[in-house]
Structure formats: structure tokens, C-alpha cells
Design a protein around this ligand. Structure first.
Ligand SMILES: *Cc1c(COP(=O)(O)O)cnc(C)c1O
Length: 361
């Protein structure tokens, strides 16, 4: 039943389904000790400096925070070597992605993205009444030639998640350079780097390699994944100052709250303290990839904190079998399973379950 005149764009939308919680899987299967490897979260808690900064900020939440998060923009600018006017912050990088849609995409416009990719993209396109154009992956990788061919005059936005969610594959800044060079300069190209910290540096840095040359190129990043702040929702964007000015107009007032700002600021100021945890996750990713490869699996080259199993029609069946063994993963029905890299114990549980299930690749 719909009350009031709900926009058709909304009635047609499915409800958002976050990754299943471990507790839910435990209740469904009558088990205990389940682990969640479904949402690409960092399994480690934030460093003490970040927790302390958020506790301190909690004392002041009777006041509105700084809407622009000026201090955080400056700190991010210093950290990554760009002018503060090239930085925007938002309510997670998902919040910034939605702001980019609000800024550039009208009903009837087109948005192009390789697919499968991040699930928020088509939802935002539908919210705007725009058409989402899927450019099929080839061997789980982006086909940028096909993506370029999909761009027409109605195209406002191109979205490139690299490393891609859920396949983990990445494209180099040289490839993106060639791609953007061939597009009209009024098409905004978003390089979504939610998993940047897990990427081999050999792929290049779009902030260094691309932003200075292309005023229509936007890089989004987040504190949610490598910096373990998923729960407080802070992401940032790097672009030409004129892009930042327009995107800023669409921020929900005070959406980057006081606790999020304080936590993100402490994380940025102490970014090097995260290196050991990131290295640990990378070592674990390599261990999981090796174990699966030894068992006969052919995995796409993951440059993120997760691996992707191309299971096709067996996806849901394998997902349920893993859940029965206490491992919650993220299925894409009929396509594949995304498994987040967790602690060594969690990964061992996943690998153990795979082995127990026969592990026939
Ligand atoms: C997780 C993720 C994000 C964003 O997360 P936030 O918590 O909103 O910063 C953005 N893009 C991709 C591809 C992701 O997987």
C-alpha cells in the first residue's frame, strides 16, 4: 500500500539490504560463534587516539558541528598534498556519491558504469529518474573501451570503482587517463577508491596522476574501510575547486557529525599508525588467495580487502552452506560470492568451511 503520492522512482526501488549480521545468521541456523565477512568492514577497532577524540567530541554534541568540517578538509588536503579547496567531505563516500548524482544527474539523463559494480550506483540513478547503463565486465575486469562507447550526449556521469566492488579488480591511472581523454570534457568521471589503501601502488594515484589534468575527474575515498570508521560515516572527495563548490551545495546540513569529524581528523593525523593493520589485512588476503588457489579456485586479482568467488548458479547454495558453518558472506545471486578478509581466526574459519564443503572449484 502506498500512502500519499510516492514518486514512481521510489515505488520501483527495492529496500536497501545491508550485509547480514552474524547474530541473524546464528538465529537462522541455530548456531553460535558466526563471523561476518559480508560488508568489507575492517575487523580491527580504531586506534586509541581516534576513540579518545570521539569520546571527547561526544561531550560537545549539544552544539551543531562545523557544517563544512573545515579542519578536516584542511587536514585531508595536507595529508594527500592538495589544496583544501579541492576537498569535500561527506556522510561516507556513499553520501558524496549521492551528492554527485544530486549535482549532475537529472531525470532522463544517463549514468554509465562497468557492471557488476557497487550496488549504490543504480539505486542513486533510479532515485534521480535517470537511466543506469551497465557495461558488462570482461573476465571480471572493466572494459573501458566499451564504457567509452556507451557514453552518449545524455551521459552526465561515469562511475569507475577501482578496486571494484565486488570483484576486487583494479584499473591503472594510465588506463583511466586514456579513457577520460577520449570523453567530452563535460562528462564527470568518478573514480571511487573506497579500497585505495589495499591497492598495489603500481596502479598509480588518481589524485596525483589525473585530478591536476582533468577538471571533470572526481576521486572519492573513505575512512570506512582501511581506517575502520564505517560506523561514523565519513568520506572525502578530491576534485577541481569548482566541482567541490557545486557538490557542497547538496550536503544535508551537518551530515558529517561532530563525532565523525573528530574521529576522522584523528585518523588522518595518525594515518601512519594504521599501516600495521593494513599490512596484516594484505598478508591475510594473500594467504586466503593462496589457499583458495591451491584448492583449484581461479580468483580475479583482488586489490581490495575481499575476494570474489565466481560461483554462477551455485552462489546461493554455497553461501547458505558457509552460513551453516558460521561464515556470513555476501552473495550476488547467479553470479558470485564476495568474502571480506577478516582476522586470521575469521579467515581460518572461512577456509576451514570451504575445505569441509569439499572445496571443489
Ligand atoms: C564501501 C564502499 C563505499 C563507501 O563506503 P562509505 O562507508 O559510505 O564511505 C563506496 N564505494 C564502494 C565501491 C564501496 O565498496
Amino acid at each position: 500500500m502506498s500512502i500519499g503520492r510516492v514518486r514512481p522512482a521510489i515505488t520501483g526501488l527495492p529496500a536497501y539490504h545491508p550485509g547480514k549480521a552474524a547474530e541473524q545468521a546464528e538465529a537462522e541456523h541455530g548456531i553460535s560463534g558466526a563471523v561476518k565477512l559480508a560488508s568489507n568492514e575492517n575487523p580491527y577497532e580504531p586506534i586509541p587516539q581516534v576513540v579518545e577524540a570521539m569520546q571527547e567530541a561526544a561531550k560537545g554534541v549539544n552544539r551543531y558541528a562545523d557544517h563544512r568540517a573545515t579542519g578536516l578538509r584542511e587536514a585531508i588536503g595536507d595529508w594527500i598534498g592538495v589544496d583544501e579547496r579541492q576537498v569535500s567531505v561527506g556522510c561516507g563516500s556513499v553520501g558524496l556519491l549521492q551528492q554527485l548524482f544530486l549535482t549532475y544527474v537529472d531525470a532522463g539523463d544517463e549514468v554509465v558504469s562497468p557492471w557488476r559494480s557497487f550496488e549504490a550506483y543504480p539505486i542513486f540513478a533510479q532515485l534521480m529518474g535517470a537511466t543506469f547503463v551497465e557495461v558488462p565486465l570482461v573476465d571480471h575486469r572493466f572494459d573501458l573501451e566499451a564504457a567509452a562507447a556507451a557514453v552518449i550526449p545524455a551521459t552526465k556521469l561515469v562511475l569507475l570503482a577501482t578496486p571494484n566492488n565486488p570483484t576486487g579488480t583494479a584499473v591503472s591511472t594510465a588506463e583511466i587517463h586514456e579513457f577520460v581523454s577520449g570523453l567530452p570534457s563535460d562528462v564527470i568521471v568518478v573514480v571511487d577508491e573506497a579500497y585505495r589503501e589495499f591497492l598495489d601502488p603500481g596502479f598509480g594515484d588518481p589524485v596525483r596522476d589525473l585530478v591536476p589534468q582533468f577538471a571533470n575527474l572526481v576521486v572519492t575515498r573513505t575512512l570506512s574501510k582501511a581506517y575502520g570508521l564505517a560506523g561514523v560515516r565519513t568520506g572525502y572527495l578530491v576534485a577541481h575547486p569548482d566541482v567541490v563548490t557545486e557538490v557542497d551545495k547538496t550536503l544535508v546540513p551537518f551530515a558529517v557529525n561532530a563525532i565523525a569529524q573528530a574521529g576522522a581528523l584523528a585518523a588522518v593525523r595518525n594515518a601512519s599508525a594504521y599501516k600495521p593493520a593494513i599490512d596484516r589485512l594484505l598478508a591475510e588476503r594473500n594467504r586466503v588467495v593462496s589457499a583458495l588457489t591451491d584448492a583449484g579456485w581461479k580468483l580475479p586479482d583482488s586489490q581490495a580487502n575481499f575476494v570474489y568467488l565466481d560461483l554462477g548458479e551455485r552462489t546461493l547454495e554455497v553461501c547458505v552452506e558457509l552460513e551453516r558453518r558460521g561464515v556470513v558472506t555476501r552473495p550476488f545471486a547467479g553470479e558470485g560470492l564476495r568474502v571480506t578478509i577478516g582476522t586470521p581466526e575469521e579467515n581460518a574459519k572461512f577456509l576451514g568451511a570451504m575445505a569441509e564443503m569439499g572445496g571443489d572449484a
